[in-house]
Design a protein around this ligand. Structure first.
Ligand SMILES: CC(=O)CC(=O)SCCNC(=O)CCNC(=O)[C@H](O)C(C)(C)COP(=O)(O)OP(=O)(O)OC[C@H]1O[C@@H](n2cnc3c(N)ncnc32)[C@H](O)[C@@H]1OP(=O)(O)O
Length: 433
């Protein structure tokens, strides 16, 4: 599924902000997903005096769903300074959730339904809902629906101890039952990505992110985050390593396939808490309000592939389709920001994109040339920052636009794989006028 937004209809990214990203069960552990979402949307809107009256819709993505808050987007509206008349809905699309939230707002703007909206996404990996087994719920329902006292007693006697065994978020893919890390191992084997290459790539992610933090490249777009009881605050991501030695990476044991595996804690993204949001507007409305956008969303592509093998290869299908739509090749693109679920997954995608064989075999547009690795994730990626699933897409958009602007460049591509064989890519453009 593709969409090209013609120049005259570009969607302006007015501004964006994210929380600092924090490793699971660290500084943000006491913030629920809703706390993170409300805080970040409040922060975004408070940066633009009077903007609330122009916002017409909010779409918010989440992966770790809380059944007691089925529409978190609406709770964001009701718990912030935004008008209760603003439409809001929530979506869940694995790691591309906030990219899909962005695409939905773009679609609503393009169709003329709205002129301005907020897209966001985030997850708290520290606050995972635990559920009772289904049989426990049915047992309780049966008891409550039974009118006869004797029958109730009989049902009570059928209680089983296993009802106390909680179920929670599974780190494995539902259909195949495979862990994401196992899938990354499978891809590393198929695309010939060695452990040394993975470690090197992961270390580069940390080195680049560390440098970006020192240079405060993203500082304006990372909120100062006050921690309850509000006598303390954080401003930086806490997973970035500033002391990188390749020998340390090499000494970490495989995490998903014992002994012979190559995917480790060092070359994987970690479970993370965080949220992000962007303010989107039609180009015309932005001009009318005399707002200077960070940049524009020019086109995007959503792709789905099979889950049996290579499940995290979505970008390798999505990007050629995006380039074909735009009649472009890699040499036209100044900067790439790819989600790094695992070094093995990112490198497998880059290898496939650079392989004429792969493109031809999959009937993909093959006049795309090859990716210059120096243009990939120059500010670091998910391995260093962490990966609060539904926030990562918007982190990619922000990072890409800020770096394009800083380096006086114009066009960027961001891309992410997602569980379920999904992939999404976007073509971004800075305000070059
Ligand atoms: C969902 C989608 O739609 C698409 C996707 O994105 S798929 C990806 C989804 N995400 C995942 O699957 C999460 C993958 N990651 C994980 O499951 C876990 O991080 C993991 C199993 C790989 C590791 O977990 P863990 O064992 O708790 O790691 P952790 O304790 O932090 O690190 C282990 C050791 O390595 C060390 N280490 C980690 N990174 C290091 C680095 N960069 N340099 C040096 N040492 C490092 C740690 O210090 C630690 O050392 P000690 O044992 O001495 O303390």
């Amino acid at each position: 599924m593709s969409n090209v937004l013609k120049n005259s209809e570009r969607i302006a990214v007015i501004d964006g902000v994210r929380t600092p990203f924090a490793k699971q069960m660290t500084t943000l552990k006491n913030m629920t997903s809703l706390d993170l979402a409300q805080t970040i949307v409040n922060e975004l809107t408070s940066r633009h005096y009077g903007i609330e009256k122009y916002i017409e819709q909010l779409v918010y993505g989440q992966v770790i769903l809380n059944p007691s808050i089925p529409n978190i987007a609406r709770e964001v509206i009701l718990g912030t300074r935004l008008k209760s008349q603003i439409d809001a809905y929530s979506i869940s699309k694995a790691c591309v959730s906030s990219l899909q939230a962005t695409i939905n707002i773009c679609g609503a703007i393009k169709s003329g339904t709205i002129k301005s909206g907020i897209a966001g996404g985030g997850d708290s990996a520290s606050n995972i809902p635990f559920m009772s087994p289904d049989q426990f719920g049915q047992w309780l329902l049966n008891i409550s629906k039974t009118k006869s006292f004797l029958k109730k007693i009989k049902l009570l006697s059928k209680f089983k101890l296993k009802y106390f065994i909680p179920r929670t978020l599974s780190p494995s893919e539902y259909t195949t039952g495979l862990f994401m890390g196992q899938i990354a191992e499978q891809m590393a084997q198929k695309y010939g990505i060695s452990r040394a290459e993975q470690d090197e790539f992961a270390m580069k992610s940390h080195i680049n992110a560390s440098q970006a933090e020192i240079e405060k490249v993203m500082r304006q777009h990372i909120s100062i985050f006050f921690l309850e009881p509000y006598d303390n605050y954080i401003t930086t991501d806490n997973n970035i390593r500033h002391d990188n030695e390749i020998t340390k990476y090499g000494s970490i044991k495989p995490a998903f396939v014992q002994n012979i595996g190559t995917v480790t804690a060092g070359n994987s993204s970690v479970m993370t808490d965080g949220a992000a949001a962007i303010l989107l507007m039609s180009e015309k409305k932005a001009l009318e309000l005399e707002l200077e956008p960070l940049g524009y969303i020019r086109a995007y592509n959503n792709t789905a592939i099979s889950v049996e093998e290579d499940m995290l290869m979505g970008p390798s299908f999505s990007i050629p389709r995006l380039l074909e739509q735009e009649r472009m090749s890699f040499s036209d693109i100044d900067l790439f920001d790819f989600h790094e679920a695992f070094a093995a997954q990112t490198l497998s995608n880059i290898t496939a994109l650079n392989s004429r064989n792969f493109l031809e075999k999959n009937n993909l547009y093959n006049k795309i040339g090859s990716i210059d690795l120096h243009k990939v994730n120059p500010l670091g990626g998910s391995i260093a920052y962490g990966h609060p699933f539904a926030a990562t897409g918007i982190r990619l958009i922000l990072q890409n636009l800020i770096q394009l602007k800083k380096t006086n460049k114009n066009l960027g591509i961001i891309a992410s794989c997602a569980a379920g064989g999904l992939g999404c890519s976007m073509l971004l453009e800075v305000n070059s006028e």
